[in-house]
Design a protein around this ligand. Structure first.
Ligand SMILES: O=c1ccn([C@@H]2O[C@H](COP(=O)(O)OP(=O)(O)O[C@H]3O[C@@H](CO)[C@H](O)[C@H]3O)[C@@H](O)[C@H]2O)c(=O)[nH]1
Ligand SMILES: [Mn+2]
Length: 372
């Protein structure tokens, strides 16, 4: 692929870019310098008979609802329809180590010096350096250039843990819920905070899927964006559900989650009145869902993301069905998701000794992390 500087595309063979879309992919024109060397997995939501155009020069796979039904058969029921949560189908069909997922109404942002931000380069830095979930560093990420652990930071904790998730932020339209958008229609985020930080162990956060990267080998099976959209009582909590679940799984398995840089420019295409209709049950249920995730404890037998997720599905059924019968369906869909994940991502066997080549990742270990 000619034309753009390969240095702007680090680890190009290890990253897939997943885009859910009900609109157009013209936004990719502006991203060429940063995204054109990567492979795209586009999940076309809504009417599958609509032909969407992918800008020339991009290498991509495109899946519509008919494709999802054909590939997953009855298990396609676990993939949301008419909700951005359909993106997780892309996570499942990818074979790469890292996923970067971005929405179709997002554009390249500039840092305060006026330089265009290379989102993937920053996410990869975040993912390839350790996290520090056990003790907070007041100068934020000690693995960034020009900073370190502050005085009083125990040396025994400076190795950190492997990072599984990098949550990027947004300039212009912030990720507010519909009521907040409705009362502050003109609010724009102009504040560029030059910081990356680890979200401490035991602390949950509202994960947004708009500008998100993760290590699918470590946490992929826990990145299920739930059952939302058409036919369901709730929408737009897809990324929240995935974020809460993935964080408790990361905490349990000893992996870290970072938030902060990189920023992108969000020029919101969704409508807050429509969003309020889609979100209103979630606005109530989050008061029960968050304490559920805060209080659950996974067992020590759950030593992989898959096993954690199966245990989580059982706990969802036991604890949240009293909130609404919907959660029973969600819990079943979580199991279906894992079955489908395993079918598309079978464990790799070493035929010489008949051992699995991808055994459970040892808790809290860091592979290939360069010491500072
Ligand atoms: O039915 C749908 C609706 C949307 N999409 C695609 O999903 C992403 C995000 O959609 P949108 O820009 O409308 O959503 P926002 O309100 O701006 O952003 C947040 O909502 C989250 C919850 O879904 C989302 O992760 C956040 O970023 C776009 O690419 C749409 O095209 C869809 O596929 N199906
Ligand atoms: Mn948007």
């Amino acid at each position: 692929m000619a034309g753009y500087n390969l240095e702007a595309a680090p680890l190009k063979d290890d990253v897939d870019i997943v885009i859910p879309t009900i609109r157009s992919l013209d936004f990719l024109e502006q991203w060429r310098p940063f995204l054109q060397h990567y492979h795209l997995i586009i999940v076309q939501d809504g009417d599958p008979s609509i032909n969407i155009r992918v800008p020339d020069g991009y290498d991509y796979e495109l899946y519509n609802r008919n494709d999802i039904n054909r590939i997953l058969g009855p298990r396609a029921s676990c993939i949301s329809y008419k909700d951005g949560g359909c993106r997780c189908f892309g996570f499942m069909v990818s074979k790469k180590k890292y996923i970067y997922t971005i929405d179709d109404d997002c554009f390249v942002a500039k840092d305060p010096s006026g330089k265009e931000i290379n989102v993937i380069a920053q996410h990869i830095k975040n993912l390839e350096t350790p996290s520090t979930p056990h003790y907070f560093n007041t100068l934020y990420d000690p693995f960034r250039d020009g900073t370190d652990f502050v005085r009083g930071y125990p040396f025994s904790l400076r190795e950190g843990v492997q990072t599984a998730i990098s949550h990027g932020l947004w300039l212009n339209i912030p990720d507010y819920d519909a009521p907040t958008q409705l009362v502050k229609p003109r609010e724009r985020n102009t504040r560029y905070v030059d910081a990356v930080m680890t979200i401490p162990k035991g602390v949950l956060y509202p994960m947004c899927g708009m500008n998100l990267a993760f290590n699918r080998e470590l946490i992929g099976p826990a990145m299920y964006f739930g059952l939302m959209g058409e036919g369901q009582p709730i929408s737009r909590y897809d990324d929240m559900w995935a974020g809460w679940a993935a964080k408790v799984v990361c905490d349990h398995l000893g992996f870290g989650v970072k938030t902060g840089l990189p920023y992108l420019w969000h020029s919101k295409a969704s409508n807050p009145f429509v969003n309020l209709k889609k979100e209103h049950k979630g606005l109530h249920w989050q008061e029960e869902m968050v304490p559920f995730f805060q209080n659950l404890r996974l067992s020590k037998e759950s030593d992989t993301a898959t096993k954690c997720y199966m245990e989580l599905s059982k706990m969802t059924k036991e604890n949240l069905t009293k909130v609404d019968p919907y959660f029973e369906n969600l819990a079943d869909a979580m199991v279906t998701w894992i079955e489908a994940w395993d079918e598309l991502n079978p464990p790799v066997k070493n035929e010489a000794c008949d051992e699995e080549l991808n055994p459970p990742v040892k808790k809290g270990t860091i592979k290939d992390v360069k010491a500072k």
